[in-house]
Ligand binder design. Structure first.
Ligand code: ARG
Length: 459
């Protein structure tokens, strides 16, 4: 098979080199984008009089046939033709002859591959954004459904203060919302057409870059041909956004794993999303969640992989950059699958409200409420903190909870205490007193959910 670039070579490429350098085994995934880009490019060449209208007609017919052949699985891929760009061009020339050999005028694989990747990522990022939106909605729904469930909020994984489960769940909605916005923002920088940068310097032929970019629905045209072919920032941004998103997913998975343990018993995972043990018949394992947590390593790896590939590269295009594709594809696949699992899993988690409520009764979770009570009565906070700490000590020694203490015992600690203290030591009262903006008071959480949902609906 003759290579499009064989002109200056005397010897044929070594077999091992063909195996080593090929990218068709993975970049065939870009076939649609590659054909789409070629169609736009050919239309521009004809409009500019660089190729004839009849050439264009033949090219369009040929490319449409190739499109169908690939779609139907009839197209033959061969590593001798390196990558998807050469495959499609070679097939076109084989089909239509001379007109096909004009397609690559004023174009290089360097601007072509950047174009294909941008088109591919634009579509995939939009899909990921749609999945994220769905997840954000599900969080608001689950949060709304469980507005009566009280749980301990944690710091250092120690019970800290009572909060509403809905408030805790909405924290994730906010995290995924930021992830979605980051991707949305990346789309802006992605939305620039590199086509026409050619190999690196542009071309002496009279092309119309804006025209191509409009056909392909890009917002604008890149402004420096060298940067156009050497830039992979958009891919790194995507991988970086994905790493942050996956970190959030991993934290969610970790919490759900913890909550599903006998020790926590906060939730029951649906059978369909757990697996058994091959030796211990009683086990119900959260493997799906563990894999979410585990796959986070891969997604981080993909980011580091491309960053490292790019870090030492002189301008402009270098073949190293072919290594960008597998991390991108793997990230897209892993992310989409993971998000779809979350979409199915989340609504089916059963929350053990009784167990959660029990845990807020133990462990002096309303100690801060007592300190704040004393602050309202005029005691400086540090002194209130110290005094409440002593009360905790006293309760531990006497095996009592705050609500078991008599008014006399309270008064022994401070004369600032009066009968109304009993309105502040109950976890439910504690929650509803947290009325500062963004706090866990039920009324505010209801507001938070509805505002959040309104924002999503406006999108
Ligand atoms: N397969 C190559 C890649 O993915 C396409 C660009 C090749 N360009 C070149 N001058 N060899 O990066």
């Amino acid at each position: 098979m003759k290579k499009p670039w064989s002109g200056r070579f005397k010897e044929k490429t070594a077999d091992i080199v063909e195996k080593y350098t090929e990218s068709i085994s993975f970049d065939k995934r870009l076939w649609k984008q590659d054909i789409e880009g070629s169609i736009a490019h050919a239309k521009m060449l004809a409009k500019q009089g660089i190729i004839s209208d009849s050439d264009l007609k033949e090219i369009l017919i040929g490319l449409t046939e190739i499109y169908r052949e690939i779609e139907d699985g009839k197209f033959k891929f061969d590593i001798k033709l390196e990558d998807i760009h050469m495959h499609i061009e070679a097939a076109l020339i084989k089909k239509i002859g001379e007109a096909g050999s004009k397609l690559h005028t004023a174009r290089s694989r360097n601007d072509q591959v950047s174009l294909d990747l941008r088109l591919y990522l634009k579509e995939e990022i939009r899909e990921i954004i749609a999945l994220l939106l769905k997840i954000e909605f599900i969080f608001t729904e689950v949060a709304e459904k469980h507005l009566t469930i009280v749980m301990p909020g944690y710091t250092h994984l120690q019970r800290a203060q009572p909060v509403l489960l809905s408030h805790h769940l909405m924290a994730y909605a906010h995290m995924f919302d930021r992830d979605r916005m980051r991707l949305q923002d990346t789309l802006k920088r992605l939305d620039v057409s590199p086509l026409g940068a050619c190999a690196l310097a542009g071309t002496s032929l009279n092309i119309d870059r804006k025209y191509v970019s409009e056909i392909l629905d890009f917002h604008s045209v890149s402004q420096n041909s060298i940067d156009s072919v050497s830039d992979r920032d958009f891919a790194i941004e995507f991988l970086s956004n994905s790493a942050i998103l996956m970190m959030h997913i991993s934290r969610l998975a970790e919490e759900l794993i913890l909550w599903s343990t006998e020790e926590f018993s906060f939730i029951e995972l649906p059978d369909a999303f757990t697996t058994g043990s091959s030796i211990m018949p009683q086990k119900k394992n959260p493997d799906v969640l563990e894999l979410m947590r585990g796959k986070t390593g891969r997604i981080y790896g993909n980011l580091i992989s491309l960053l490292t590939t790019m870090k030492g590269l002189p301008l402009s295009y270098n073949r190293d950059m072919q290594e960008d594709k597998e991390p991108i594809f793997d990230t897209v696949d892993t992310l989409k699958m993971t998000l779809n699992v979350i979409i199915e899993l989340l609504p089916n988690i059963i929350f053990n409200s009784k167990r959660m409520a029990e845990t807020v009764q133990e462990g002096f979770l309303t100690a801060t409420d007592i300190a704040e009570y004393l602050v309202r009565k005029g005691l400086p906070f540090r002194m209130a903190h110290e005094l409440t700490g002593k009360m905790v000590r006293y309760c531990i020694d006497n095996n009592k909870r705050f609500k078991d203490l008599t008014l006399e015992e309270y008064k022994n600690f401070s004369t600032l205490f009066s009968e109304d203290i009993y309105n502040y030591v109950d976890p439910f009262d504690s929650i509803n007193s947290k009325r500062s903006e963004g706090g866990t008071a039920r009324e505010l959480v209801i507001q938070q959910i509805s505002q959040f949902r309104r924002k999503l609906q406006e999108l």
